[in-house]
Design a protein around this ligand. Sequence first.
Ligand code: CTP
Length: 399
Amino acid sequence: MLKNKNIILGVCGSIAAYKAAVLVRLFIKAGANVKVILTADAANFITPLTLATLSKNPVYTQYFEEETGVWSNHVELGLWADYLIIAPASANTMSKMANGLCNNLLSAVYLSAKCPVMFAPAMDLDMWKHQSTQSNIAKLKNYGNILIAPNNGELASGLFGEGRMAEPEEIIAFLIAYIKKDLPLLGKKVLVTAGPTYEAIDPVRFIGNHSSGKMGFAIADQFAKLGAAVTLVSGPTAEKSTQHLTRIDVQSAAEMLDSCRQHFKDSHITIMSAAVADYTPITVASQKIKKQEGELSISLKKTTDILALLGTQKRKGQILVGFALETEQEEEHAKAKLLKKNLDLIVLNSLKDKGAGFKTDTNKITIFNKNFDKKEFEVKSKTAVAVDISNEIMKLLSK
Ligand code: CTP
């Protein structure tokens, strides 16, 4: 659940700071990437070296590290994080967060972060009970931050009561439970195709197309974010996935067909966004074809339409989504493909639309369902388009 998740752990000045070492170790064991920010007081309780060693990353303590001359960019750190966990959260730091005070790196990262923020307070019983602390916590929750409540127990002061930071194992369990709740597609298998295919002519040449794979990768990442187990079958592309998924690299339409056949059986949702070659050379020359006088003809044969084939194999409950890239009579062609290939949805791209098509970071789509209900979307980033596509597919699942 935490694999490849980017976690910033903010550690404040409290005796519970020593537990940050265990917490970092558990995060790393679970496969997360961890960066630690220590407040100045926290560095009195636990050394940066301990946390740097455990997290396998430099520890951040201030904007400007005099020794190294490195400037820590709070905006970059804030945007890097999938989760910001502040544990222990001291009364002082919570007060800063509640009031927008921004006089150290941790509070600046907090204000810059766009991800969920969780805070696990640690303090003495009376500090915890104080109206100021409680009203700061109410404010923080109101801003959407998530409280990991402290336990009742023995406190560093010798007193007994509320204010003892949640144990590292409890913090991990809390985060995992939170992520699960956020994952409506947990347990679902999703197959996505992306990119072009390359059909070999000879050992150095091929027939390909301009597909960059950006749209397919954005879709695969989006479904992985929703908790699905995603298999991404990709043609040659420079794209990289940002999420944890199974990627299968293929070259030709025939290889893509093999992989799709294999994975379609188990998949609950299949989205075919690859630009698959419709034709492939009948024979592939074993040596580089030499230049000759006159013209050269290459005979082509049809490839298997993978999407249409899967349409014939589709079982009840499986969702199959195709793309249609058109340059004229867009809607008619898209609807015809939806019917012919036995699809549940078709996503239409028109090359006539500005901001749509190959290689751009944006796209403009129209989606048709089986009843030919039409949903038209604005030009958006491909990441946002992937969210729209996943929303339409989720609607089918809830029916
Ligand atoms: N597709 C496929 N296998 C092929 C060709 C296309 O799986 N051999 C899929 C694409 O991934 C896409 C959909 O079919 O989801 C439509 O592709 P598109 O190229 O728009 O249409 P075609 O069916 O190939 O028809 P045409 O090229 O004549 O428009």
